[in-house]
Design a protein around this ligand. Structure first.
Ligand SMILES: [Zn+2]
Length: 512
């Protein structure tokens, strides 16, 4: 089975912040989870590089647009490397392969009469790169996202006959039994889309005559393809459209497009319409998440309160950053975060619960078993109980992007082992019952291994480190794949009796 997951391609006018990082980390965790469940995964991210805003920012910095895009796109790639993102593809809209894909789509739509010339005027927000209807502006007549006054622009453009697709879109978005059903999530935002669609659908500008930094329209070189149409097509370019038919057939349609809520309309209405126009299959799920506020305030450059991924990593390390950002708000919804909240979660979940579990298990093993996995039988009932905490709903939560709930499943498994340690009191057993002590430690080690396998998608480096600490055999990814397929705990355990354990050191130093 294949699984094609995308983040939006990020607009290079800005450096990567927590918003980009959030979407990308969520996509990465799910991509890793699917790979561990033996899916043939293609995980795509990239950068969106055309449009007036880019040309403007580049000019202000005294740079050529391409030069500016190269620098900014590299910053995104460096950030994803820092965050241990496992994307299979990275696409830039200034790549030649993308020009070819866009030209192909434009040709098809043009030949079908779905693109036509029209004089157009309206309120244009450069920040959004889009025209606004008066009713969509806020009460001050400003862009609701940028809080700036749009400029009045009039030009002759080519338009895409979006209105033609209204009924077809409504069917595909609302009828779960439709063979081209598009699952838009969360439900309440899907309802907004449906409501807006029912009110009617206007044709949209497909090209701009005043913007040079873009892909020229092949039949009218005085125009460039509207940056939104150009950007959306990236999802098919990246999987081989139109030249690599095998790759394209293998991965398209996308299983999930992830994005923030401000670009949901384009993804759930304009994009499927373009695809229908070109007679290509439609994405299966389109899932939008909410916006973050910091201590109740919108994050913005002007307020100087934007959280950078670098700062998060500096504070918490890479693995903990990946873990923390997805736990703080339910995916799909808006949420407020704070540094205090992040630190509290770090201390509670990681330093106290997980860190403590590993450090005390290893301490007893060091004191009593010479830092080797003890010779003992497994307390299978206990290990099965830990397993149960994870088996019941973890997979469902992961498959449905409820990562904050999957993390709760993990924490409850960790807590269960910590409670068992309190009950067993190994420090007392060390004096009274060495063979029971051996069984306890041996069983804790197996439980920790199981927890590590479930943690692997969230905290890949940490899970690997735990695997070494507990002396578990084999490559953690390979063993996890096997275990997720057959559900079998090997008879001698994952950490085999007699193997060397490693002193864990301090996995999560407490942050004050
Ligand atoms: Zn705007």
């Amino acid at each position: 089975m294949k699984f094609y997951i995308t983040t939006p391609i990020y607009y290079v006018n800005d450096i990567p912040h927590i918003g980009h990082s959030y979407t990308t980390i969520v996509a990465d965790i799910v991509a890793r989870w699917k790979r561990l469940n033996s899916f043939d995964v293609y995980f795509l991210t990239g950068t969106d590089e055309h449009g007036a805003k880019i040309a403007e920012v580049a000019k202000a910095k005294g740079k050529k647009p391409q030069e500016f895009c190269d620098e900014m796109s590299a910053k995104f790639r460096a950030t994803w490397k820092l965050l241990n993102i496992s994307n299979d593809g990275f696409i830039r809209t200034t790549e030649y392969r993308h020009f070819i894909a866009v030209e192909n789509i434009v040709q098809i739509l043009f030949d079908k009469g779905l693109i036509f010339k029209k004089k157009y005027g309206g309120m244009y927000c450069i920040g959004c790169e889009k025209f606004f209807a008066k009713k969509d502006l806020d009460k001050n007549g400003h862009c609701p996202f940028h809080k700036t006054k749009p400029i009045l622009q009039s030009e002759e453009n080519y338009f895409f006959k979006l209105s033609f697709f209204k009924d077809a879109l409504l069917e595909r978005i609302t009828d779960v039994n439709h063979k081209e059903y598009i699952n838009i999530l969360p439900e309440e935002r899907k309802n907004e889309i449906v409501g807006k669609l029912k009110l009617g659908l206007e044709d949209v500008s497909f090209s701009r005559s005043t913007i040079e930094w873009g892909i020229p329209l092949f039949f009218d070189k005085s125009q460039t393809v509207y940056v939104w149409a150009d950007a959306l097509i990236n999802y098919i370019t990246a999987v081989g459209y139109p030249s690599d038919e095998t790759k394209f057939k293998n991965y398209w349609p996308a299983d999930v497009h992830l994005m923030a809520k401000d670009i949901l309309w384009f993804h759930s209405v304009v994009w499927p319409a373009i695809l229908m126009g070109a007679q290509l299959p439609l994405p299966k799920t389109i899932y939008s998440h909410g916006f973050f506020t910091l201590n109740g305030n919108k994050m913005s450059k002007s307020l100087g309160n934007v959280i950078s991924p670098q700062k998060l990593v500096e504070n918490y390390g890479v693995d903990a950053t990946r873990y923390l950002v997805v736990t703080l708000i339910p995916f799909g919804h808006d949420g407020d975060i704070s540094w205090q909240g992040l630190t509290l979660k770090y201390n509670t979940d990681l330093a106290n619960n997980l860190g403590n579990l590993i450090s005390r298990t290893l301490k007893v093993a060091e004191k009593n078993f010479n830092l080797k996995a003890p010779q003992a039988v497994l307390n299978l009932d206990f290990v099965k109980n830990v397993e149960k905490k994870l088996k019941e709903s973890f997979a469902y939560n992961m498959d449905n992007f409820q990562l904050h709930k999957a993390v709760e499943n993990l924490q409850s498994a960790i807590t269960l082992v910590n409670i068992q340690i309190e009950v067993d009191a190994p420090w007392k057993l060390a004096k009274t019952d060495k063979s029971k002590l051996a069984m306890c430690i041996f069983s804790y080690l197996q439980a920790i291994d199981i927890i590590a396998m479930y943690l692997l998608s969230f905290m890949p480096s940490l899970a690997e480190r735990i695997w070494q600490i507990t002396g578990a055999s084999g490559n953690i990814s390979d063993i996890t794949k096997k275990y997720f397929t057959n559900g079998i705990i090997p008879e001698g355990g994952f950490s085999v009796s007699g193997t060397d354990l490693k002193p864990p050191g301090v996995l999560f130093p407490r942050i004050l």
